[in-house]
Ligand binder design. Structure first.
Ligand code: FO1
Length: 328
């Protein structure tokens, strides 16, 4: 594989999900374009996916596609900018779908197209390829798997619900006993995922939710093995700044699996690659500089950098810091 490479280019794979993953991917695209490096391959969480009102939704795929295309709703963090909700209002009148879950009209176009292609027999990978072809995204998106392995929340009383119900209806207020992805034991990485990881120089773990965004990607049998075997350097970016989640409710997810909402605790959760874990390096925010020694002590070389993803430019600087860390 390496004989095909230009001498100085860096092949980057990103593991991503959620709004944090979409923002990070924008920075990756900018950083790589400036360096003249090839487009990154983004392996996207599909645990958030669901069937609703007869259509298949892929929130994390769509968030990244819309963000890279520049058509995302930056206020809400999900869906299309300037969308309307006429069809959603009709669905509510029929009592169809979920009253707490909004399907925008333009967004529904995506779901209808996707569902049609799935019904015609296309794989999820082929569908994502089609969704990626409409706009020049500047990155290659791959679903983590072609299998349907939607994340479910199991509560202490044994009740279970889809991740999206727990997240959007209950705003993660019900304490989860555990997270499950039924069927994931039989899933395989989507075509190209293991190959991209094997052929990468650097794998970046986006500052996405470690439990429900990155967790499902790592749980697909074959992904962790590919990460363990790759000669690429694996660098993660902390989703926690100053002991707080940047966005979303990752703190509830972390608490459910016994991990503190702290940059060093998340690094230890992923673990040092030298000890059978994931990471060769970890970026912490300047606000968490005091924790760098603890991360180093866990066998994960720590780098302190500004981690606020204010815009694509600031995020590209974070990616530059990851690339520099990988070079060390
Ligand atoms: N999040 C909400 O908080 N409320 C919604 O009504 C909602 C609708 C929705 C529709 C399509 C889509 O792709 C995403 C949507 N989201 C909504 C976001 C989504 O629930 C989560 O933020 C992500 O899955 C977490 O990464």
């Amino acid at each position: 594989m390496s004989s095909r490479r230009e001498p100085d280019v860096t092949r980057v794979v990103v593991l991503a999900g959620g709004v944090g993953g979409a923002k990070f991917t924008l920075g990756v695209r900018e950083a790589l374009a400036r360096r003249g490096d090839p487009e990154a391959t983004v392996v996207v969480n599909t645990g958030d996916d669901l069937w609703l009102s007869g259509v298949r939704l892929q929130p994390d795929i769509d968030s990244i596609v819309y963000a890279l295309a520049g058509v995302n709703d930056t206020e809400r963090g999900w869906g299309r900018s300037g969308d309307s909700e006429r069809v959603n209002a009709e669905l509510q009148e029929w009592g169809a779908g979920w009253p707490w879950f909004t399907l925008g009209d333009l967004d529904l176009g995506t779901h209808l197209a996707r569902t049609g292609w799935l019904r015609e027999g296309l794989t999820v990978t082929q569908v994502v390829e089609r969704l990626s072809a409409r706009w020049p995204l500047g990155a290659r998106l791959l679903p983590m798997t072609d299998a349907e392995v939607d994340t479910q929340i199991v509560l202490a009383d044994g009740r279970r619900m889809h991740f999206q119900e727990w997240w959007t209806r209950h705003r993660a207020s019900l304490a989860p006993a555990r997270f499950e992805n039924p069927g994931i034991d039989r899933a395989r990485p989507a075509p190209g995922v293991a190959e991209a990881i094997a052929d990468a120089d650097i794998v970046l773990v986006a500052p996405s939710n470690p439990v429900v965004s990155i967790g499902p990607i790592l749980a697909v049998p074959g992904v962790s093995e590919a990460l363990a075997a790759t000669s690429a350097t694996i660098v993660g970016v902390s989703p926690i700044i100053g002991g707080r989640v940047v966005r979303g409710m990752a703190d509830v997810c972390l608490a459910a699996i016994g991990v503190d909402t702290a940059a060093d605790a998340v690094a230890r959760h992923y673990g040092a690659r030298a000890d059978g874990g994931l990471l060769d390096g970890w970026l912490l925010a300047e606000e968490d500089a005091a924790l760098a020694r603890d991360v180093d002590a866990a066998g994960i070389p720590a780098v302190v950098a500004p981690l606020w993803m204010r815009d694509a430019h600031a995020t590209a600087a974070i990616v530059d810091a990851c690339l520099a860390a990988a070079g060390r």
